[in-house]
Design a protein. Structure first.
Length: 69
């Protein structure tokens, strides 16, 4: 109800709702109530600074291998 009320209170012709993937998943259960609103979802992506993706993956792999030892 709050999303619809706020959207309806915006007094412009061209309007839309932008949300993250994380919040879009939470809104799925309100699909029927929100079906006529113009929702757009921003995908979430991960970027690593300084080309450290491989180092991160190695840290995670080592943690998983050694977990519980």
């Amino acid at each position: 109800n709050e999303i619809r009320n706020r959207f309806d209170s915006i007094d412009v012709q061209d309007k839309l709702i932008v949300t993250t993937e994380k919040d879009a998943v939470r809104l799925v259960k309100y699909r029927q109530e929100l079906r006529d609103l113009p929702f757009y979802v921003l995908p979430i992506s991960v970027r690593f600074l300084f080309d450290t993706e491989n180092e991160f993956r190695l840290l995670i792999s080592n943690f998983i291998k050694n977990f519980g030892k």
